[in-house]
Design a protein around this ligand. Sequence first.
Ligand SMILES: [Ca+2]
Ligand SMILES: [Ca+2]
Ligand SMILES: [Ca+2]
Ligand SMILES: [Ca+2]
Length: 462
Amino acid sequence: MLLLASILFELSTLPFTLENGATPEKHLVETMPGGIAVFDYNGDGKVDIFFTNGAALPAGKKFPNRLFRNDGGMKFTDVTKEAGLEGEGYSMGAAVGDFDGDGHLDLFVAGMFANRLYRNLGDGRFADVTAKAGIRSDEWGVAGAWLDADGDGLLDLLVVNYGKIDLTRPRACGEGKRVYCNPKYYPPRPNQFYRNKGGGVFELTKSLDAWPGRGMSVAVFDYDGDGKLDAFVTNDGLPNSLFRNLGGGKFEETALLAGVALLDHGQAVASMGVDFDGENLIVSALSGETFPLFRKQGKAGFVDRTSLSQLGRLSNRYAGWAILFADFDNDGHRDIFTANSHVDDTLPNYRQPNTVFRSSGDGKFEAVEAGMAKSVSAHRGAAVADFDGDGRLDVVVSRIGEPAELWRNVTPNVGAYRSVPVTKIGESVTVEGKTQVFSPSAGYASSMFVPLHFGLGKKPAQ
Ligand SMILES: [Ca+2]
Ligand SMILES: [Ca+2]
Ligand SMILES: [Ca+2]
Ligand SMILES: [Ca+2]
């Protein structure tokens, strides 16, 4: 039997600081920026990094979003200006997909009253095509997901919206000291489904209008095995939403019946980030709530395995934003990375270390230190990719007020692996009996358009 050494990361930083535009008025949006996209924007085979960034509040200077080109060997160059991706307004999330099918990966950026669609021109530049596309900016957008929901071969766009906010009349919460208000003061809003009509034009439908929420993140997968991609949206302090794809651009909301609306205790938690590995749906939440884990049970739905998987016990003290599956030691079992920090910046545990939970391979997880104690920060978004191409999955994390973290995976004696490039969202790949379905939407308001990574769990060939 091959004994694998424990997972280990080496920390460096990137010259990007996430600015949340913090004010004495404590607008809730300040707690929530930081989605990331990782994708190969210039087609050189190396995974590049896009960071969303905030703006001064209530309305003011944009802190530019940033694009870093991967030059190999863990070296990155800021190419934001030449790419034309500085953006405007308060950006929060990103979604990568080739919406026009020209082979160049395009970028949707969600923000508060500032959604933007960028077409990749294929020469290192992006064009802002928001107006032509008909994408609106009339909601507090947090995240987005691309999926061909109506099966016409064109990627449609799902935009995840939070609640109603009026920055000109901020509510005062807290006694003695001002704190961020409870989400309940932000009335839920519906998400938006844009149908891609071709020719770079989208039509805003009413497909999701019946199910308002306080959406934060989205994962796309075919949960009932009918061949159509469904969408799971985390809701802050409300039951989650599962939008079952009925075809033709229509959905029905099935989270309660599918067992993913709530944990078995029946209380809504502050669901933030999400990921799905084909069997397990994981969600991040606040300290004291535990991070829910729902395990797939047949085609109808899921069962709450938060406690049995040990994730409840392991996550209870943390507040998580990004939560991601990745097989960091290539043993064939996907481990979990979470980017942590409390929402309330007046609490002593506001800044937290990230966590790595290693899969034991029997449906249970165990905490591994993995080098994470080196950074106790206000972590937000995260994305996983093999940035240095050495077969070990690395992690990038945004943090409020400090340079972004680059966690290079230096785990010794990892198992063999196979990396399979993918182009089509919903594409299924099987390697040595293991199947993965590609969807870039995962983590906290983030997007990973990167090759599928299969840990194969045996010694690499000499
Ligand atoms: Ca690249
Ligand atoms: Ca394109
Ligand atoms: Ca593993
Ligand atoms: Ca690597």
